[in-house]
Design a protein around this ligand. Structure first.
Ligand code: AMP
Ligand code: MG
Length: 402
């Protein structure tokens, strides 16, 4: 058995980063920028008001209350060319440009209509020059680099890219990930199963994990335990996708032709990792395309995805070495999580709750069998229990939140 870290390093040393390409901004969410983005213009581009109210000269409000003549109204989107002179004010709406002549805004709550002829306003409070004015370049200066290469595009950054007019960005590709199930026992039909059959769950689970991780999933179907079918499926997947995930056939069974086939068509390393579940794992290249051979048991394939495939795919997508996951969160044991030493780190399915003090407490969530998918779905997290550790109630433990 090899340590998990060694398997992970092996994967990371062999996957490449997908090349950069120009991507429409609408498709950039979650991608990693390949080039820095600079704003050619200041943001805001012009002085504008942060409040609905009146634009005026601060000097005219000394000794408030004062009455001023209202010369017009400026809405957001107006060009704001109206001039405000001495003892005058312009009604102004949030975001509208500050008119020439004015140097401050009084919010509408501090004003009231003045009586008498003409359009006049009574200003109740005196203000300083600059009051409620958003200045040009206050958020972004002209020529400023707003995003570095390597930055992940988040919803706020999509907005920022739009703000600087970057409707196309240079980003690393979103990995297209083929997902293949293998095994003669697998069925994918709603009706009754014949004895010996089970329904294929891994393909749907893994396609969902791929989608949730922000990658593009490609359904490669089910390959029966026949060398020809298996090799056709892997070769087609490798040709069409940036990476292929298969499940099943990586353990020691007699009909595990996946191993035979991948060794013939690819350059694979077969690993036994010192973890439970998800001990067997394979990684290699078929025609230059990374292939992750995940174990067949449903819980194992999920854990293997979290620990090994997802970090590898994130590296392909251009995420930095310190941002590949899985993220560890500190929790405390709500029950005993120890196990007898077997040379493996155990990933224990746990339910997590926050206690009154905000501490995350974890307890076993139920069945720990690697075939028990229903029990897995009751878990909120995987507790990382080192080999032979005997963790008692209240002991700290790292968890991977699912
Ligand atoms: P294998 O490594 O192919 O021997 O598979 C190990 C276990 O996982 C067996 O019990 C398989 O029936 C099961 N298994 C393999 N592939 C899948 C799948 N796609 N969905 C559900 N169970 C599977
Ligand atoms: Mg099998």
């Amino acid at each position: 058995m090899i340590p998990l870290e060694e398997a992970r390093e092996h994967v990371l040393s062999r996957v490449g980063t997908l090349p950069a390409r120009q991507v429409p901004l609408d498709e950039a969410l979650g991608l990693v920028l390949a080039e820095p983005v600079t704003s050619s213009e200041p943001i805001p581009a012009f002085a504008n008001t942060a409040m609905d109210g009146y634009a005026l000269r601060a000097a005219d409000t000394v000794g408030a209350p004062v009455e001023l003549e209202v010369v017009g109204t400026i809405g957001a989107g107006d060009d704001g060319s109206l001039h405000v002179g001495e003892a005058q004010a312009a009604r102004i709406m949030t975001g509208a440009p500050i008119p020439p002549g004015a140097d401050a805004v009084v919010k509408v709550e501090l004003t009231s209509p003045a009586g008498g002829p003409g359009d006049r306003v009574r200003v109740e409070a005196s203000v300083k020059a600059g009051n409620h004015i958003r200045h040009p370049g206050e958020d972004v200066a002209a020529g400023e680099q707003v995003l570095d290469a390597g930055t992940v595009v988040t919803p706020g950054r999509v907005g920022l890219l739009a703000a600087v007019g970057a409707y196309e960005v240079a980003a690393h590709g979103r990995p297209r990930v083929g997902v293949l199930s293998t095994g003669d026992e697998l069925a994918d039909t709603p009706g009754p199963l014949r004895r010996g059959q089970i329904r294929d769950t891994n393909r749907r689970t893994l396609l969902s994990m791929v989608a949730e991780a922000g990658f593009e999933g490609v359904d490669l179907g089910i390959a029966p335990d026949r060398p020809d079918d298996i090799s056709r499926a892997f070769e087609a997947g490798a040709a069409d996708c940036d990476a292929v995930l298969s499940s099943g056939g990586v353990s020691m069974g007699d009909f595990d032709y996946v191993k035979v086939v991948l060794d013939r068509i690819g350059d694979m390393r077969w690993m036994q990792i010192a973890i439970k579940p998800a001990k067997p794992f394979a990684f290699g290249l078929v025609d230059g395309t990374p292939v992750f051979g995940l174990p067949g048991n449903p819980v194992s394939s999920m854990v293997s995805f979290e620990l090994l495939a997802k970090p590898g795919l994130r590296a392909m997508a251009g995420h930095g070495a310190d941002d590949l996951g899985p993220a560890l969160v500190r929790a405390v044991c709500g029950d005993e999580l120890g196990h007898r030493s077997d040379g493996k780190t155990h990933f224990v399915r746990v339910a997590a709750t926050r206690d009154e003090r905000g501490v995350l407490r974890v307890v076993r969530s139920g069945g720990q069998g690697s075939h028990q998918l229903a029990a897995m779905t009751r878990a909120d997290a995987l507790a990382v229990v080192p080999d032979g550790a005997r963790l008692g109630v209240g002991d700290p433990v790292d968890v991977i939140v699912l």
